[in-house]
Design a protein around this ligand. Structure first.
Ligand code: ADP
Length: 404
């Protein structure tokens, strides 16, 4: 079966067509600047050249139409008709407490997801526009919703509650939800398989303690015990936790009022600053959020980059310590996403904090980038590895599982 995976944002729509049997990607691309001047579709059939088509896209319905046309184009397409798409898997960001796993999309599911819009006002409405557009153009095709928050619904109360009046949880569901769940789920499964293959064939996901560090532009750490998320660093929103590209991560909440008064900013302006001008960008007083640049500057000894790198890495190491305590031990520490898969300087710096766990790193294995690798030494007490994430494949797998 061919599964179309859709990740719809407010002005973009990423797509990937995946063969659910071979799990190979057949075609992929992105519609950018939907509803904005200069919109374009970038499309690539695997093994062929990328095609960029600058074309007006007033809304997401038009974007989905263009994607379907590209997939069925007689020259560059990969399908002869839409009917060859067996199912559509949609990335949905926030399922609140309603969704503990992926679901077949029905009118009731759409309504329940809309009820979570307050918790993700930038993402959920955009995700649902993508769902509606696909339903309109492919009315008979089953659609599945895969929530970023679902994997973390196994967190116990002591991990998800904030230390604020309980009535705000009761009234507004203010609690920690966590994000990147699809990635943490996929990567923890694959980390366990790699552990079985390379370290101990007798142990599987169900009896392993894994810490997954998803380090991309957004970043989060999750404690996965016996296959279940028991804690994760992002909270009510993706602002909590690690220092990220432009997001602050954890701060003293009193800073918000302090800065609002000092700088004459509104609460919305302070929140925007914490989301968009903080993190490693803020720590460098501006500059790049891309870790290729930051790492080059760090290695060249530039003070701003040294400051940002050290703070970034220290926060990750602190979370690893906290989650080791939460699980009463750890078997695997696994790095993933753009930085976790490719940046061996960050990986080394994090591991330098972990000697107390009996971790020993094989520096030549740590040079390997962008592929599955165990880079701890054979005698290391904890396995340290990198596993490339694949959220689209995870969505396709869930979609296949539900429609069949
Ligand atoms: P997003 O959260 O937007 O999906 P990514 O997972 O792509 O982000 O992570 C972006 C970060 O990953 C950037 O800071 C970049 O430095 C790093 N990165 C991505 N690809 C590479 C690569 N091939 N080599 C080194 N760093 C990379």
């Amino acid at each position: 079966m061919n599964i179309l995976v859709i990740n719809c944002g407010s002005s973009s729509l990423k797509f990937q067509l995946i063969n659910s049997v071979s799990e190979e990607t057949i075609a992929k691309g992105i519609c950018e600047r939907i509803g904005i001047d200069g919109s374009q579709l970038v499309y690539q059939a695997v093994g062929k050249d990328k095609i960029t088509n600058v074309v007006k896209m007033d809304d997401h319905l038009k974007a989905v139409k263009l994607v379907l046309n590209a997939l069925t184009d007689p020259v560059n397409g990969v399908l002869s008709s839409f009917s060859e798409i067996g199912a559509v898997g949609h990335r949905l960001v926030h399922g609140g407490e309603k969704f503990h796993s992926s679901v077949l999309i029905t009118d009731e599911v759409i309504k329940a997801t809309e009820e979570c819009n307050d918790l993700a006002p930038l993402h959920n409405p955009a995700n649902l526009i993508g769902v509606q557009a696909c339903r309109e153009l492919m009315p008979g095709t089953p659609m599945v919703g895969v929530f970023d928050t679902a994997f973390h619904q196994t967190m116990p109360e002591e991990a998800y509650l904030y230390g604020i009046p309980y009535e705000y949880y009761e009234k507004y569901k203010v609690r920690r939800y966590g994000f990147h769940g699809t990635s943490h789920n996929y990567v923890s499964q694959h980390a366990a398989l790699l552990y079985q293959a390379k370290i101990d064939a007798a142990r599987s996901l169900e009896d392993l303690k894994i810490i997954v560090c998803h380090l991309g532009n957004g970043a989060s750490v999750t404690a996965v015990k016996n296959g279940k998320s028991i804690d994760t660093s992002m909270g009510l929103t993706p602002l909590e936790g690690l220092i990220m590209g432009t997001r602050s991560g954890d701060i003293d909440p009193a800073i918000i009022e302090f800065l609002a008064l000092k700088e004459g900013m509104s609460i919305q302006e302070v929140t925007a600053m914490l989301n968009k001008k903080s993190g490693v960008v803020g720590l460098q007083n501006g500059g790049s959020s891309d870790f290729r640049d930051i790492t080059a500057d760090y290695l060249a000894g530039k003070a701003e980059a040294v400051r940002a790198m050290k703070a970034y890495v220290y926060r990750i190491a602190k979370y690893i310590g906290a989650y080791t305590a939460a699980m009463n031990g750890v078997d695997i520490i696994c790095f993933t996403a753009g930085i976790g898969e490719n940046n061996n300087v960050v990986r080394t710096m994090v591991c330098e904090y972990l000697g107390y766990l009996g971790i020993e790193i094989d520096e030549s294995a740590n040079e390997i980038k962008g592929e599955e690798v165990v880079f701890s030494k054979a005698n290391s007490k904890v396995a340290v590895m990198s596993v490339p994430t694949d959220e689209e494949l995870m969505i396709a797998r869930d979609t296949k599982g539900i429609v069949s």
